[in-house]
Design a binder for this molecule. Sequence first.
Ligand code: ZN
Length: 326
Amino acid sequence: MTAETAAIEKHRGRGGCGPRLVLLLPLVLGLPLIGTSAAAGGLRVVATTSDLASLAQAVTGDLAQVETIIPPAADPEAFEPRPSDFAKLKGASIVIRVGLGYDHWLDKLLSMQGDAAVNRGGAGYVDASVGIPLLEVKGSRLDPASRDGHAHGLANPHYWLDPANAEIISGAIAEAIIRVAPETSAKIIANREGFLSRLRTSLAGWEQLFAPHRAARLIAYHNTWPYFARRFRLNVVDVIEVKEGVAPSPARLAKLAAIMREQGIRVIVHEPFEPEEASQLLARRTGAAVVKLAPSVASLPAASDYLALFDYNVSALAQALSGAAK
Ligand SMILES: [Zn+2]
């Protein structure tokens, strides 16, 4: 870790500073900007997920070509990289990952690729989970080889589903781009400010749509929604999967049906690539509605970018909750 990144990490770790100040820290302190300078427009950004790619696109605008490794229509937690993914990393100026074991396969690809600048500790390496207030934190990392299903590792990794976390993520991306291509800093900072202004306006609207549904109870198929639920004050009572990636038994479904009846839970949140049988069966047994939400950008056509993902999810879920209340 360089002195510059160490200062930023330390600063972030305290959590008392806004992303804008973090972004400007190297300039304020007069610390050297590390990394090779890439010509504006010649930047290549590779993100493991479509969500991070969408945020990178918002920050870079027309200054970079942004690519995604995990196809958004597939289950990201069951993803196995292909040789073409390795090729994508070649010549990348910035690599952005979710971290927390979600994209654990990236380490191997990066070490095979060998470019220190985009490997852990390099100027172009971004672990977007750094500085995020994590939920469901576990004491130790699970060994991926011993995983049953695709259990969450260090903490729940679905943090991009709290739109307020986009301030931290976009700050980390902007910092990395400015480290690698300092001549882009004014434009990067302006792009990010513009995006954050749109995000804040949208967030106020989303919160308003959920206002009548405070503490509404839901069941979800996969444990994707704790960050989303906390932001919008919803209560995900239980998940259908016994553990991540493991389908439920008939006994578990019977237990969930009993919980749903007892607590009057009328909505089941489902993701496009998860098997539908269990959610549909539970809906038939309890009279609840199944709402398909987008866990990632482009996993449903309406979720075409980061802001559109929330526009869609918030309106679909608020509508389902309104229908269920009747
Ligand atoms: Zn998950």
